[in-house]
Design a protein around this ligand. Structure first.
Ligand SMILES: NC(=O)C1=CN([C@@H]2O[C@H](COP(=O)(O)OP(=O)(O)OC[C@H]3O[C@@H](n4cnc5c(N)ncnc54)[C@H](OP(=O)(O)O)[C@@H]3O)[C@@H](O)[C@H]2O)C=CC1
Ligand SMILES: O=C1O[C@H](COP(=O)(O)O)[C@@H](O)[C@H](O)[C@H]1O
Length: 497
């Protein structure tokens, strides 16, 4: 790992939503914590504006996100702006000149991070220009940070990968999956591999099923154009949901190095049971929201959102049963569920353990609850372990007790945002929490077979009401296996009490 934190960060798409809401505040947080050594930032976008106006917009974004902050003038004195149409070859020469000057001025030793916060159709052409116009011709390190979506399917992802690989080697490419920046997603490994009480049980002998839910209350909002060609399967499942499954299912790596962890995740993807053709309806459920009520406000159906087709066949909800056909997980379903306009904004992982072989505390009117390990990813962060214990005063009567740890309570003020952690990782040269090409390729291969079937069959939409937990078929998916979705909103109360 390269600990040289000096770098020139070039943000393509610096007037966009992602830069303003996430990247500038995250850079400020790194600066505030003293984690930016020698650094400078060049913001790049089409808009014509001066360096000064850009610096002001960076200040405004930081204030909007983090409130009034000291040292903002000093912070933005490191920021520069270049108006540049990325599709126009001529403007790269001017960008190179500015970059070389800034590099010399700050003594950045030729270290460059190119952050592509732009629409995906520009990723390949920018990477090619960076090489052909000499911007990657530096004596320090060069790294490419690339936002999602990484392609639209396996074929387009391969093409994009080919383009960026002409300018950057695999270990210089940092493919962002912002879920890998979330504190509790990073915690999965630690919970699993640092606790003697979990790892021996983490297999098909003791776990009956694992449920991963990532629900949103927001609708598609202004992103209809993008979302119409994406849908929940490509937008959330191919990347964030599959990454969480891989972290939950992977074998302990030999060492905690980037390559070892990545290769264990890839082994999980290689063991995924392929779901295709007629099998898709057995394993996967899709949905699209109709109108409904969220936070006591009426909201429109998906088909009435801006830039959405009135007869749209795009799914805004996916539930699926993923089987990992290897020795550890044979027979254990990993259920995933994600959607927009659902009851609550939450991401939770519920690990349900098998029932004990014999229930000595059986009471005719009551079953013993199974043990659950709940990992609260967001909005609250923590873990809850559901156990059974004797009811105080009762005669060997068992009741459910919950042992909870709330990360937010103790560390809230110091918990860095996902993007902050990922930017810092990239500066340190730590690619562990970025996705390797092999992971991207395997998860596209898995998802493509499902989208192929869905694209060719018109669904009966809308099939769930806004403000609900999705279509009835998502419940039936588990019911036919003898399970049900553990409620995710009630669990919120658990660790906040
Ligand atoms: N916004 C978010 O929360 C998230 C975004 N992403 C991904 O991040 C990327 C950026 O998204 P977002 O910020 O929302 O997009 P926006 O549409 O808000 O911003 C696009 C940016 O690209 C610039 N741009 C567009 N065309 C050109 C061009 N020809 N030459 C130079 N600059 C150009 C725009 O500049 P100008 O305004 O000057 O034209 C603007 O700065 C996308 O890949 C998206 O999928 C991923 C996760 C979350
Ligand atoms: O990548 C994406 O993620 C967001 C959800 O992210 P979260 O951190 O708020 O859970 C989702 O809204 C968006 O559609 C998708 O592109």
């Amino acid at each position: 790992m390269d600990q040289n934190l000096s770098s020139l960060i070039m943000i393509f798409g610096a007037t966009g939503d992602l830069s303003k809401r996430k990247l500038f505040p995250s850079l400020y947080r790194l600066y505030e914590r003293g984690r930016l050594d020698k650094f400078a930032v060049i913001g790049i976008a089409r808009t014509q504006q001066s360096h000064e106006k850009f610096k002001q917009s960076v200040k405004d974004s930081v204030t909007a996100s983090l409130g009034e902050k000291p040292n903002l003038d000093e912070f933005v004195s490191h920021f520069y702006y270049q108006s540049h149409d990325v599709a126009d070859s001529n403007s790269y020469a001017a960008l190179k000149k500015l970059a070389d000057e800034i590099d010399g001025h700050y003594g950045l030793e030729g270290n460059r991070i190119f952050y592509l916060a732009m629409a995906p159709e520009f990723f390949g052409p920018i990477a090619l220009h960076l090489k052909s116009d000499g911007l990657t011709d530096v004596k320090g390190y060069k790294r490419l940070v690339i936002e999602k979506p990484f392609g639209h399917d396996l074929e387009s992802a391969m093409e994009l990968n080919k383009q960026i690989r002409t300018a950057f080697s695999e270990n210089e490419i940092y493919r962002i999956d912002h879920y890998l920046g979330k504190e509790m997603v990073r915690n999965i490994e630690v919970i699993r591999f640092a606790n003697a009480i979990f790892e021996p049980l983490w297999n098909n002998r003791y776990i009956s099923n694992i449920q991963v839910t990532s629900s949103e209350t927001l609708g598609v909002e202004e992103r209809g154009r993008y979302y119409e060609s994406s849908g929940a399967l490509r937008d959330m499942v191919q990347n964030h949901m599959m990454q969480m499954v891989a972290l939950l299912a992977m074998e302990p790596p030999i060492k905690l190095t980037t390559d070892e962890i990545r290769s264990e995740k890839v082994r999980v993807f290689r063991a995924l049971r392929s779901v295709e053709g007629e099998q898709v309806k057995e394993y996967f459920v899709r949905g699209q929201y109709g109108e409904g009520t969220i936070s006591e406000k009426s909201v429109p159906r998906y088909r009435d959102e801006p830039n959405v087709d009135q007869g749209s066949n795009t799914e805004t909800f996916v539930a699926g049963k993923i089987m990992i056909d290897n020795f550890r997980w044979a027979g254990v379903p990993f259920y995933i569920r994600t959607g927009k306009r659902m009851t609550s904004k939450t991401t939770k992982i519920v690990v349900q353990f098998k029932d004990i072989p014999m229930n000595l505390y059986y009471q005719t009117e009551k079953m013993l609850n199974p043990n659950l390990l709940v990992i609260h990813v967001q909005p609250e962060e923590g873990i809850t372990l559901h156990l059974n214990a004797k009811k105080a005063g009762g005669h060997l009567e068992a009741q459910e007790v919950k042992l909870s740890f709330a990360n937010t309570g103790i560390h809230a003020m110091n918990t860095p945002e996902g993007y902050e952690k990922l930017l810092y990782d990239c500066m340190r040269g730590d690619a562990t929490n970025f996705t390797h090409w092999d992971e991207v390729a395997y998860s596209w291969a898995f998802v493509d077979k499902i989208s192929k079937v869905w694209e060719n069959q018109k669904a009966e939409y809308p099939n769930y009401e806004s403000g609900s937990m999705g279509p009835k078929a998502a419940d039936e998916l588990l019911e036919k296996d003898g399970f049900f979705w553990w409620p995710v909103s009630d669990m919120y109360v658990d660790i906040c009490k």
